[in-house]
Design a protein around this ligand. Sequence first.
Ligand SMILES: C[S@@+](CC[C@H](N)C(=O)[O-])C[C@H]1O[C@@H](n2cnc3c(N)ncnc32)[C@H](O)[C@@H]1O
Length: 159
Amino acid sequence: MARIQRDYPNNGFYGIGIMHGKHDHNIGTLWRSAYIMGASFIFTLGRAYKQQTSDVVNAWTRIPLYHYENIDDLKEHLPYSTRLIAVELDEQSISLATFKHPDRAIYILGNEKNGLPEPVLAACHEIVQLPGSFSLNVAVAGSIVLYDRVAKSERTLPG
Ligand SMILES: C[S@@+](CC[C@H](N)C(=O)[O-])C[C@H]1O[C@@H](n2cnc3c(N)ncnc32)[C@H](O)[C@@H]1O
């Protein structure tokens, strides 16, 4: 039987989450960006999310919001053939400007106070860094990474 050739509008998917997020308004802001920029899911790692007004689109009602206990839990449930990308200021990092986003990716950000700990960085396939030598707000950093992914792809966004 002949195979039917089809063009699919989007190749791949991505999720984004924060480890031990401290301020719910930052988490809510990131979820809002994630939904608008086409994330397939969002997650918390180590600290569950309480609903927050900065997530004005209520992203968790539109795409799944997962919770993982720790990085091992996340790695155990990583979708097949999906890259885990740490977003962090780090000597090992790749500059976002030259980073080629994998088709299937999970982006993980650190919290407002401590950033991502070394074992989590080591557990990730890649680390990406935004320009500048100072930390940005976590929701701003995450939103820029998402924008960069969208800008470098031809992904169709929701709505
Ligand atoms: C406010 S920062 C953490 C600051 C922490 N005090 C530190 O120095 O590691 C919160 C998170 O935002 C992300 N972030 C902020 N600025 C970044 C940058 N320039 N490049 C990559 N990630 C960044 C990282 O995920 C970081 O863990």
